[in-house]
Design a protein around this ligand. Structure first.
Ligand SMILES: C[S@@+](CC[C@H](N)C(=O)[O-])C[C@H]1O[C@@H](n2cnc3c(N)ncnc32)[C@H](O)[C@@H]1O
Length: 307
């Protein structure tokens, strides 16, 4: 498991290891196993006596993770599932409680890089964006079917796109002449709406960044699924069990922050990260994706027994 043949570096790897302090014999639930980057680190820490349960909605990622974890000494269970269904997942592998619940949100680099998955405005492909191929509604369906106001709400609430109305109006105008079905076409429509040339040096981020993020979040119901995971986490964690989430933008970090705070006030969690943990200078330089990563970790307090 050493080295990384895929050139895949999990974000905040050192901090994840230090904060979770996984010990042999423990049970770890990696809710977003992806290419198995963090999962390999957990497996190493578990050594020969623990259990690693890894889930992902994307079967292609699971295949890669399965290969990478094939040499692990601990028990490994990998399943295609949504982390909103944590209870069912644990039941299916005969585990009632775990010592770690971990989620590294969003899409993985290969998902982003594969044009066929339709996540990227930099590579042309079908406007898809489903992480889970079993989902039936694609980004193209949303872009071509939602009413102008609904579309602008998606852009505003999911990605805080300040020009949401302008973009949505332009999309609705353009689609009257024919369906918008590719990532390149949508990226162009957004750039035109904002009157920004993506090639210009002045535009630091691509003008369609937020639109793509918002649509991806909608297609995959990302905030709803995260909230469902946060809601069940205390019930599946052992006392002194740790929960940690890596978020990449404020819309997904906020529910984590609020949930941890509320549960702290209720005596359910104690918070290990007063401020979110971020990447150091070296990591920011070597892995651009790490620049927006924020990790929050909390510990499950023992349940009080009635006197
Ligand atoms: C950033 S990647 C994880 C990378 C992983 N930590 C690694 O080091 O290889 C996020 C992964 O989470 C998966 N994912 C996103 N939302 C999910 C959900 N609700 N349930 C299960 N998996 C999800 C995606 O398919 C993707 O593979």
């Amino acid at each position: 498991m050493e080295g990384d043949p895929l050139g895949h570096t999990p974000v905040l790897a050192r901090q994840v290891c230090e904060l979770f302090e996984v010990r042999p014999g423990e049970t770890v639930l990696d809710c977003t196993v992806g290419l198995g980057g963090h999962a390999c680190l957990f497996a190493e820490a578990l050594a020969d006596t623990g259990t690693l349960i890894g889930i992902d909605v994307d079967p292609e990622s699971l295949d890669v993770a399965r290969e990478r974890l094939s040499q692990a000494g601990c028990r490994v269970e990998l399943l295609q599932a949504n982390f909103a269904e944590v209870r069912e997942v644990l039941e299916s592998v005969d585990v009632s409680r775990v010592d770690v619940v971990f989620a590294d949100l969003g899409v993985s680099s290969p998902q982003l890089d594969m044009p066929a998955r339709g996540f990227s405005f930099q590579r042309d492909g079908p406007l898809d964006m489903r992480m889970d191929p079993r989902l039936t509604v694609t980004a193209a369906d949303l872009v071509n079917r939602l009413k102008e106001r609904e579309l602008s709400d998606v852009l505003y609430y999911n990605a805080q796109e300040m020009a949401s109305r302008r973009i949505s109006r332009q999309i609705c105008q353009v689609r009257r002449e024919g369906r918008i079905t590719t990532t390149a076409r949508l990226a162009k429509v957004v750039a035109d709406a904002l009157k920004v040339d993506p090639e210009s040096r002045k535009s630091k981020i691509h003008p369609a960044t937020r639109t793509f993020q918002a649509l991806r979040m909608e297609v995959n119901s990302e905030i709803q699924r995260l909230e469902q995971l946060l809601a069940v986490a205390p019930d599946v964690l052992n006392p002194q069990g740790r929960i940690g989430v890596i978020a990449f933008h404020s819309v997904e970090d906020k529910p984590v922050k609020m949930d941890f705070r509320r549960r702290k006030a209720e005596g359910v969690y104690s918070i290990l990260t007063k401020k979110p943990v971020v990447a150091d200078t070296d990591e920011r330089r070597s892995n651009p994706r790490s620049r927006s990563a924020k990790l929050r970790v909390a510990v499950r307090m023992p349940e009080e027994r009635p006197m």
